[in-house]
Design a protein around this ligand. Structure first.
Ligand code: F6P
Length: 544
C-alpha cells in the first residue's frame, strides 16, 4: 500500500512551483507558444492503444508538465499504481481492492481465475440466446434484451451498446434505469413478451429503483400469458448477491466480485447486454482495447503516459488555473451517452472532500463534469465556452471514421466542426480583422466600439482533442480505460479514495425512510420545516 500522506500538499515544493507557474501562465497565450515552438503540437501529443491525445492547446508548457510529474511522484504515484494493479485494498473505507484491470486480462495471463470462468458461462449463454437455443416461454427466439439497472449497472453497457450500434444483429438491447414508471412503461410498450429477456443488473441487488422496475417487468410477463414457471426463461441477473437474486425468484445469475466498483463494472458480467446485442467477440475486443490501455498505463513513464497526462492536465486546470468545469464533447452521435457515463465515473469517484487519511481536503477535488454531443452542443452551450466569464477545460472526442457512414459528406462536416471549435477556443478572433470587417461594412464611432465589444473573442481557452481512428470496440475499450486511469491518477494527486461513494448511500437510506412515512407504515421522524411542508404537499396531492 502507498504510504499515508500526512503533509499538506500545498506545502510541497512541486505544488508551490506549480502555483508560481500558474501565475506566469495567466499572462501567456497558447497561440503564441505555437509561434515560438514549431514542435509544440508534436511535443504535446501522445499515442497509446490506438488513441491519440493532443493536449498542445492546453495552457501548459514543458515546465508545467515536469512540475506536475514531480507532484505525482511526491504523492507516491508509482506505489499507488502498483497497488491498483496488484489488487491491494486501495478502497480503504471499505477494505476492498479496485481491481477492474483484472477483468480485462487475457485468458492466457489471468490475475483472477474466476473472471474467466464467469466469462465462459457468459459466452455459452450469449451463444444460446443469439442462436435461438434459449427461447421465450412459447419457444420463440429472444429478439429484445432489457437491462434493468442504474448507475454503473446501466451507464457503461448503455454507452457501449449505443456507440457500437452499427454492429447490432437481430437482438436489440434496451436500458431501463429510472424509477419513474415512464422509463419502463415506454420500453415495455415496444416489447413482445414472448421474445423479451430481462437482465436485472445490480451489484448489491438492493437498489430500490432496480428491484421496483424488475417486479413490474415480472408482473408484465405474467399479465401477458407467462406462468410463474416461465419466468426463468425471461429473467437473468448480474450481481454479487446470490441470496437476494434467488429470493427475488431468478435462477440464473452471472456473478462478479466486491472488488469491482459499480462505475468500473462494464467489463464484468455487467456487460452481458453488450455481448447479447453485439456478440461475444465484440465484448472480447472491448476488453482487449482496455487491456492495451492498461498495459500502457502500467508501463509508460509519466511524461509519455496518456491516461496520466489526462489526469495531470485536469489537476492543472482545476487546482492551478482555477477552471471549475470540465466539459466533454464527443463529436459522434453514437457517443452521446459519453458525458453521462463520465459524470458518474469522475464525480462519483472523486467528488470527495476528505482525504484517504480522514482529514478534510484542503484543495479542490473533482471539477463539475458535463457536456453533450457535437455538433448539437455548438448550438447550445458553446457560446458560453467561447465568451462566458468562466472558462472551462474541454475534451473533444473525435472518432475519425464512423463505420456506418463511410463516404457520407456530412461525416466531413462532423470532423471539420470538431477541429475548428478547438482552434477557435484557442485562437479567438483576430481583433484587427474584425475592425477591418466592421469598418468595411460602414460601422464607425460608438457603434463600431459596441460591435467590437460584443464580437470580441479572445480565445486562449484550453482544450484537448482525443482522436480515435474508428468508433469500434477496441478503440472504445481503450478510450474508457484511459478515462478510468485518469480518474485514478487524480484521486492519487488529491489523496482521496476514488472507489467509495458514501455520499450516495445517505440519500438512498433517507428516501426509504421518507417513502415509509408518506405511506404511513413507518414512524415519522423530525423533519426541517421545508421538508415537512413538501411532504404535506405530496400527501394532499396523493389524497386528491
Ligand atoms: O449511485 C450509487 C451506486 O451505488 C453506484 O455506485 C452504483 O453503480 C449504483 O448505485 C447501482 O448499484 P447496484 O449495482 O448495487 O444496483
Amino acid at each position: 500500500m502507498p504510504a499515508k500522506l500526512v503533509s499538506d500538499i500545498r506545502q510541497k515544493p512541486a505544488w508551490r512551483e506549480l502555483g508560481r507557474l500558474a501565475a506566469q501562465m495567466q499572462r501567456a497565450r497558447v497561440d503564441s507558444m505555437f509561434e515560438h515552438d514549431p514542435r509544440r503540437a508534436e511535443r504535446f501529443t501522445l499515442e497509446a492503444a490506438g488513441i491519440t491525445l493532443d493536449y498542445s492547446k492546453q495552457r501548459i508548457d514543458q515546465a508545467v508538465m515536469q512540475a506536475l510529474s514531480r507532484l505525482a511522484e511526491s504523492q507516491h504515484f508509482h506505489a499507488a499504481r502498483e497497488a491498483l494493479f496488484s489488487g491491494a485494498p486501495i478502497n480503504n473505507s471499505e477494505g476492498r481492492a479496485a481491481w477492474h484491470i483484472a477483468l480485462r486480462r487475457p485468458a492466457d495471463a489471468p490475475l483472477y481465475d474466476e473472471v474467466h470462468t464467469v466469462r465462459a458461462e457468459m459466452a455459452a449463454f450469449v451463444d444460446d440466446v443469439r442462436r435461438g437455443r434459449w427461447t421465450g416461454y412459447t419457444g420463440a427466439p429472444i429478439s429484445d434484451v432489457v437491462n434493468i439497472g442504474i448507475g454503473g449497472s446501466d451507464l457503461g453497457p448503455r454507452l457501449v451498446c449505443d456507440a457500437l450500434a452499427s454492429l447490432r444483429q437481430r437482438i436489440h438491447c434496451h436500458f431501463v434505469a429510472n424509477v419513474d414508471p415512464a422509463d419502463l412503461d415506454d420500453t415495455l410498450m415496444r416489447m413482445d413478451p414472448e421474445r423479451t429477456l430481462f437482465v436485472v443488473t445490480s451489484k448489491s441487488f438492493t437498489t430500490a429503483e432496480t428491484l421496483a422496475n424488475a417486479q413490474v417487468a415480472r408482473q408484465w410477463l405474467l399479465d401477458n400469458g407467462a406462468s410463474e414457471a416461465d419466468i426463468a426463461s425471461h429473467f437473468v441477473a448480474v450481481s454479487t448477491n446470490s441470496q437476494a437474486v434467488s429470493a427475488f425468484g431468478i435462477d440464473r445469475m452471472f456473478g462478479f466480485w466486491d472488488w469491482v466498483g459499480g462505475r468500473f463494472s462494464l467489463w464484468s458480467a455487467v456487460g452481458i447486454s453488450i455481448a447479447l446485442g453485439l456478440g461475444m467477440e465484440v465484448f472480447d475486443e472491448l476488453l482487449a482495447g482496455a487491456y492495451a490501455m492498461d498495459e500502457h498505463f502500467l508501463q509508460a513513464p509519466l511524461e509519455e503516459n496518456l491516461p496520466a497526462t489526462l489526469g495531470l492536465v485536469g489537476v492543472w486546470n482545476n487546482n492551478f488555473l482555477g477552471l471549475p468545469s470540465h466539459v466533454v464533447v464527443p463529436y459522434a452521435q453514437r457517443l452521446a451517452a459519453l458525458p453521462a457515463y463520465l459524470q458518474q465515473l469522475e464525480m462519483e469517484s472523486n467528488g470527495k472532500s476528505v482525504t484517504r487519511g480522514g482529514e478534510p481536503s484542503r484543495i479542490e477535488t473533482v471539477p463539475t463534469v458535463w457536456g453533450s454531443v457535437g455538433t448539437n452542443a455548438q448550438h447550445a452551450f458553446f457560446q458560453m465556452l467561447h465568451q462566458g466569464v468562466l472558462a472551462a477545460d474541454v475534451d473533444f472526442v473525435l472518432p475519425l471514421s464512423n463505420p456506418d457512414a463511410a463516404g457520407d459528406e456530412r461525416e466531413r462536416q462532423r470532423v471539420a466542426n470538431c477541429i475548428a471549435q478547438a482552434e477557435a477556443l484557442m485562437c479567438g478572433r483576430d481583433n484587427q480583422a474584425l475592425v477591418d470587417e466592421l469598418t468595411s461594412q460602414g460601422a464607425s464611432g460608438f457603434a463600431l466600439e459596441q460591435l467590437l465589444a460584443a464580437r470580441r473573442f479572445d480565445g486562449n481557452r484550453p482544450s484537448s482533442t482525443i482522436v480515435m481512428d474508428r468508433l469500434d470496440a477496441r478503440h472504445l475499450g481503450a478510450l474508457l480505460a484511459a478515462y478510468e486511469h485518469k480518474v485514478f491518477v487524480q484521486g492519487v494527486l488529491w489523496d482521496i479514495n476514488s472507489f467509495d461513494q458514501w455520499g450516495v448511500e445517505l440519500g438512498k437510506t433517507m428516501a426509504g425512510q421518507l417513502l415509509g412515512e408518506l405511506d404511513g407504515g413507518v414512524d415519522a421522524v423530525d423533519h426541517d420545516a421545508s421538508t415537512a411542508a413538501l411532504m404535506n404537499r405530496v400527501r394532499r396531492a396523493w389524497n386528491e
